[in-house]
Design a protein around this ligand. Sequence first.
Ligand code: SF4
Ligand code: SF4
Length: 427
Amino acid sequence: MATQQVTLGSRLDTALEARGISRRSFLKYCAGVAAMIGLSEAAAPQVAQALDNVIGETEGNLKPVIWMEGASCSGCSESFVQTDAPDVATCVLELLSVNYNELLSAASGYSLEEARKETMAAGNYILVYEGAVVKGWEGNALRVAGEKGTDSLLEAAYNAEAVIALGSCACDGGWQAARPNPANAEGVQKFLDDNGITTPVINIPCCPANPEWFTAVVVEYLLLGQLPELNSKNEPKLMFNETIHDNCPRRGHFENGEFVYQFGSEEEKKGYCLYAVGCKGPQTFTNCPIVKWNRRSSWCVEAGAPCQGCGVVTPNKPTRNWVDENTPFLKRHRYFQIGDWKSSPAGWAGVITGVVVAALAIHACGMKATKRTQGGADFETVRVYDVKHDNKQAEEYGETANKLYGELDAKGLEDRKIKDPKKQQNG
Ligand code: SF4
Ligand code: SF4
């Protein structure tokens, strides 16, 4: 990589040196960012230069960020901060001033809430929301600093330049919205839409969200002055336009029909495809196989775990969250669902089998009762019903048939055991 083409400013240079990051690895990182925001990897030096310029220009005037948590496990924050230190991503975060973060801020209580209010009043900030919005008990399912969580979100989103919904919980409710969803959880986009807030929302899914996706969105916004192009789910289009299956290193085994059917088997040792043990890679649109996790060292399928589809989000339908959609995780079949009613294919197979067995049993009993199992039932030339209801025309047809059978019998054919209901009724 052409490190000589880049002249980094002293602030970025110092930041890299302090973290023990070489220019080569910084440029490699910039190439990844360039690819995620739709530029050629050859644009890495320009991305680095632009980052450097922004850092120089914004010194002492960093982009303010309010990072709020709804119903979350803080895993997305953890994922973000637990990258191998020192990490290039942390250096890029020199661009931001995280004024409010319930997990990371040194301040707490009154002073932290004051920082949030001051940032909101000043405007020109980005809101990052992690976790689900919980509306249960009129918004009292979550209270922060004496306020309803829902009120705090509306207040913070109203003045923000953009809202980044970080992690699947923030996108559509995720785990928190899984049935029976007593806290009435849903995603940020739907909640803001329903409350008439028009601030743009960028959904970054997965559980947790990959920090590289987050930094790529921030970098694009700060470098190019624009939000990323979004798909129909408000996800950055370039990062979420291909399935895991499209880029999976085990794809060759899938094509060859080589599957793992049991963990601990020879097939698993050979690294075969995990489709048969529940891999949801074919229906999950994320670039995990390319970006990976933990400084690009590995990811779920590479580590031997089937993809669980945590990147599948439906922002406007919290009842179709990835947990409800993809469980049971280690099986391929999915639930059949109509509205809130849900049933598994295994249950349906049981019901259908039961109905078929019952129908066959009733049929067999009917056959036995009518003596069809003993050489056939008596042949009725006139239906009992017609005799009872005095249906003359049917009787005439019956008599004609009786006569014909009599002629056939006279020619030596086997006796058809013709039953005459008229005689039976009279006699
Ligand atoms: S998306 Fe996953 S990691 Fe992030 S807050 Fe929700 S449960 Fe935690
Ligand atoms: S392991 Fe999953 S994503 Fe990879 S090829 Fe198999 S089904 Fe597709």
